[in-house]
Design a protein around this ligand. Structure first.
Ligand code: AP5
Length: 209
């Protein structure tokens, strides 16, 4: 069973690694950020409530996130395991998660703050297929266009400088305390997130074996 949480600051590379590992392990990549962005794009009531918090870089209220997470974890494809990316983000969320499922490991990705800012500032996303690029480290073949479908790449609203500062502060205040929480429970496995995505992926595999 692979019931794994990806924990780490904004821009550390959780989504990039989860996309690789989910394919290798045959379990779904469940990202609360992706689920919330889909709700915003679809203009659902949840999306309308969440958008202001997300664009500002603040956490969406726990109850709103729990509803979509519970629904997603109950889907058939998550029965054999999952990679949970972006949840929990505070102690209350961790305690609620324990009431829904047990976990096998919590991978804690680590990177110095200046590299987080570089990765976030350079990120561009395809609004059609959601492929993630980086101007410095993973540029598209044609500037500004998605390799897969040619859509014009966009910057996430929360990747603008003012929101990045808020997100890093929110992580330090509310999410970082989960490191000691999961260390105490014996689930925590630190992963050095520096270097290329392939180098980080090799460390992820090492941490899981
Ligand atoms: P969410 O989408 O979860 O954002 P995040 O945690 O801030 O993480 P990111 O998606 O920014 O970064 P990542 O670590 O996945 O990095 P990535 O792989 O993309 O949440 C967004 C918002 O939703 C929150 O602020 C909040 O409002 C709300 N939300 C979500 N969950 C919530 C919850 N549980 N409770 C309340 N609110 C919630 O990589 C970043 C860039 O770096 C990319 O350009 C990538 O190409 C590049 N890159 C990746 N790896 C490398 C590498 N090894 N070397 C060089 N470049 C790399």
């Amino acid at each position: 069973m692979h019931r794994i949480v990806f924990l780490g600051p904004p821009g550390v590379g959780k989504g990039t690694q989860a996309a690789t590992l989910a394919g290798e392990l045959g379990v779904p990549h469940l990202s609360t950020g992706d689920l919330l962005r889909a709700a915003v794009a679809a203009h659902t009531p949840l999306g309308q409530q969440a958008q202001g918090y997300m664009d500002a870089g603040r956490l969406v209220p726990d109850d709103l996130v729990l509803d979509i997470l519970r629904e997603r974890l109950a889907a058939d494809d998550a029965r054999a395991g999952f990679l949970l990316d972006g949840y929990p983000r505070n102690l209350a969320q961790a305690q609620r998660l324990e009431q829904i499922t047990s976990l096998d490991a919590v991978l804690a990705f680590e990177l110095p703050a200046h590299q987080l800012v570089e990765r976030l500032s350079g990120r561009r996303v395809c609004p059609t297929c959601q492929t993630v690029y980086n101007l410095a480290t993973r540029p598209p073949k044609v500037a500004g266009r998605c390799d897969r479908d040619g859509s014009e790449l966009v910057q996430r609203p929360d990747d603008r400088p003012e929101a990045i500062g808020t997100r890093l502060a929110v992580y330090a205040e509310q999410t970082a305390p989960l490191l000691s929480y999961y260390r105490k429970s014996g689930l925590l496995r630190p992963v050095d997130a520096s270097g290329t995505p392939d180098e980080v992926a090799a460390r992820v595999r090492g941490a899981l074996h």
